[in-house]
Design a protein around this ligand. Structure first.
Ligand SMILES: NC(=O)c1ccc[n+]([C@@H]2O[C@H](COP(=O)([O-])OP(=O)(O)OC[C@H]3O[C@@H](n4cnc5c(N)ncnc54)[C@H](OP(=O)(O)O)[C@@H]3O)[C@@H](O)[C@H]2O)c1
Length: 232
């Protein structure tokens, strides 16, 4: 038996409850994970409050990410006792997710956790940090380097944005943080931003790859991938 948050929808309406479930009810998968930590992502909030059609299958255990320890495995790459992290893959939407003590998952969805990182740290980074890193990797894939000039992070004080600021600064980029919350200056500079700009000043029509004048500077907008644009 394991504890889980269970969401259900039937003719009687929507129900969200903390309950105990039998291991035999776990969905199909080749790895069973004892969940140490998950996060309450925005999507999970919507799912638990039945605010948006996040959940595609009922009943559902929410939780779009998790970090934990392999309890049983039919996958040679994940031995019992190894630590894993999972983000996304429809978990918490179409497949039972991380807001439970146990999850059964496809091994192809799992990432081995490096020895230096705890499962708690992995979920402190969560899906917001994971998303920011995917954006940074996409920038690098497109050949964007610190030598090419400053890099602009929009929504900088938000979840994904603040991770993006820290990750880019750590990789040597000069990060300009666009925010509506200029009061967060010390927080954003502490993460590595060199300059803050008021998000309102960016509320002008821009053309992808077009040259614009902005705040007296010539900007080359190179749209890479949401939520970041680069200026040179
Ligand atoms: N969190 C995730 O796991 C995840 C995963 C994949 C995709 N996403 C997507 O990434 C985006 C950001 O998610 P998040 O979790 O970082 O959300 P968040 O914490 O709410 O941050 C969003 C930020 O966007 C800025 N913003 C919001 N409304 C704005 C407006 N009207 N004008 C200008 N700026 C505005 C704000 O930045 P300031 O506070 O600096 O003004 C806000 O903090 C969302 O579109 C989300 O769907 C998130």
């Amino acid at each position: 038996m394991f504890k889980a948050i269970l969401l259900n929808k039937s003719a009687g309406g929507f129900e969200a409850k903390l309950t105990e479930l039998d291991d035999g009810l776990l969905p199909e998968g080749d790895v069973t994970v004892r969940v140490d930590y998950s996060t309450v992502n925005y999507k999970d909030g919507l799912a638990i409050a039945d605010k948006s059609p996040v959940v595609r299958k009922w009943p559902m255990v929410p939780g779009i990410d998790l970090a934990g320890t392999v309890e049983s495995s039919d996958a040679s790459e994940f031995a019992v006792g190894s630590r894993v992290v999972l983000n996304g893959w429809g978990v918490g939407e179409t497949h039972w997710g991380g807001l439970a003590q146990k999850a059964r998952l496809k091994s192809s969805w799992l990432i081995p956790l490096p020895g230096s990182m705890t499962t708690r740290q992995a979920m402190s980074i969560g899906t917001a940090g994971y998303t920011a890193m995917l954006c940074v990797l996409a920038l690098e894939k497109h050949g964007i380097t610190p030598e090419q000039g400053e890099i602009l992070v929009t929504g900088a004080a938000g979840g994904v944005g603040s991770f993006a600021v820290a990750l880019l600064a750590a990789r040597g980029f000069k990060v300009v943080a666009s925010t509506r919350r200029l009061t967060e200056e010390s927080y954003l500079k502490g993460l590595g931003a060199t300059e803050l700009i008021d998000a309102a000043t960016l509320a002008v029509q821009g053309k992808p790859l077009g040259r614009e004048r902005w705040a007296g500077r010539s900007i080359q907008w190179a749209v890479i991938r949401w939520p970041m644009r680069v200026r040179q």
